[in-house]
Design a protein around this ligand. Structure first.
Ligand SMILES: [Zn+2]
Length: 425
């Protein structure tokens, strides 16, 4: 017996495949369903018209609990239980590369959030989000693309077909694919891209070029310290009100108050109510503690000196490159041994500027930045092209996500179609 139903199902295509495999559809239903899936594989929305027998429908939706969202009807499958939510995956990504470590000019985090993403079964990793990468991701039925470079950087005033970047975003939104970008947060972490660039070498000492600081939000770090005299009971009453705005340490005849920027004016207002406390306020700004080992770029000393030729060989091997570009300082030959190295993934010109090291390794530097390095600092320069210094790390990131997710069901794929746009021919 067949009944006619028009059903809009919003679910991952891998779940759809599971459904086809696990439920005994009528043969013609499977054929129709497959046809519908082929037509809508990208959109992850499947219109199934007149497909299900009453029995199959009852099996299908008996195993689903429906949740009415504000705009879409969602179905959560028991088969989805082992897949993490988008929020869960983002939590893991933020554990790996906390977003507060990103440079202030950067645009990191969840950049595209679809209405109907329920859970994450397939993730594609890429350096750049391009049309080819999205097409590849669609063939896997991906719910999330982690694009190292943020595809949204400049503010956008519209999303239409006018520019190639807007078209990419439209495509992701229409297909229900989320896009997340860690960018400079991933550069800054310990064991991040810059440490990976140094991995072919035995390192004696290493430190970030631009030091990262602790996250003041998560560590309850206070920005200000105030000290004031506590002369009478009225002063004590002020302190009781201040306890809601910061940490108050009461001493025999004074009090120390730690607070954040936003509460400082309120606290000073309260202390100004009494003459004794107002007259004795002593205010000092607190530094944010550094986060050892975290920051942009790395400056390293080798355990044992290596020739420039050997460093080139090892760098080529790590990055799987046949060629790199080399600018030799007047004091160096290929056989010269060096001890100190500065590295910066991607475009290292500004980060590496003026660094007192023997050798710089980065993706790209301008002609004049190279000249400055050679003649002002006596540093030789190895350029590998921008994304060649970043792409190999995607495999490391993949392993990190897998171990943190602790969920064997999530498939993480490094995009095959992602490549540096420049080739030496
Ligand atoms: Zn880059």
């Amino acid at each position: 017996m067949f009944s006619k139903h028009n059903i809009l199902i919003s679910l991952r295509s891998s779940t759809w495949t599971n459904l086809l495999g696990q439920f005994k559809f009528h043969k013609s239903s499977i054929e129709s369903a497959s046809l519908v899936k082929k037509n809508h594989i990208g959109s992850q929305k499947i219109f199934a018209n007149n497909l299900y027998s009453t029995h199959t429908k009852s099996n299908l939706f008996g195993n689903y609990s429906s949740q009415l969202g504000s705009r879409h009807q969602r179905f959560t499958s028991k088969m989805d239980v082992n897949y993490p939510s988008l929020e869960g995956v983002i939590r893991v990504l933020n554990e790996i590369a906390p977003l507060h470590l990103a440079e202030s000019w950067d645009n990191v985090g969840l950049l595209v959030e679809p209405f109907t993403t329920i859970s994450i079964g397939k993730i594609v990793l890429t350096i750049d989000l391009t049309e080819k990468v999205i097409e590849e991701a669609k063939t896997y039925g991906t719910e999330l693309i982690i694009a190292y470079h943020p595809p949204i950087f400049q503010p956008i005033k519209s999303i239409n077909h006018r520019t190639w970047k807007e078209r990419l975003l439209l495509d992701c939104i229409q297909c229900g694919i989320a896009v997340y970008s860690p960018h400079t947060a991933l550069d800054a972490i310990k064991d991040g891209i810059n440490d990976w660039l140094l991995s072919p070498f035995n390192i004696k000492e290493v430190r970030p070029i631009n030091q990262s600081s602790m996250d003041t939000r998560s560590t309850n770090h206070y920005s200000y310290r105030l000290e004031t005299v506590v002369a009478n009971e009225n002063d004590n009453k002020l302190l009781e009100r201040i306890e809601k705005l910061g940490k108050v340490l009461k001493l025999p005849s004074s009090a120390v108050i730690y607070t954040e920027d936003k509460n400082l004016p309120l606290i000073i207002n309260i202390l100004s109510e009494n003459v004794s406390t107002k007259a004795s306020i002593h205010l000092s700004k607190l530094d944010i503690p550094p986060l050892p080992g975290f920051g942009v770029g790395r400056i390293a000393n080798l355990t044992q000196e290596l020739t420039i030729q050997e460093i080139i060989n090892r760098t080529k091997q790590l990055l799987k490159l046949e060629h790199v570009r080399l600018a030799l300082s007047p004091k160096h030959k290929l056989e010269s041994t060096v001890n100190s190295i500065g590295v910066c993934a991607g475009s290292g010109g500004s980060v590496l500027r003026g660094l007192p090291v023997d050798l710089l390794i980065t993706g790209e530097m301008s002609h004049h930045e190279v000249l400055d390095a050679l003649y002002a600092n006596g540093s030789s320069v190895i350029l590998c092209e921008h994304t060649n210094t970043e792409r190999g790390y995607l495999q490391v990131l993949r392993e990190k996500i897998i171990s943190k997710l602790n969920n064997g069901n999530v498939e993480i794929i490094v995009a095959k179609s992602d490549a540096d746009p420049l080739n030496i021919i």
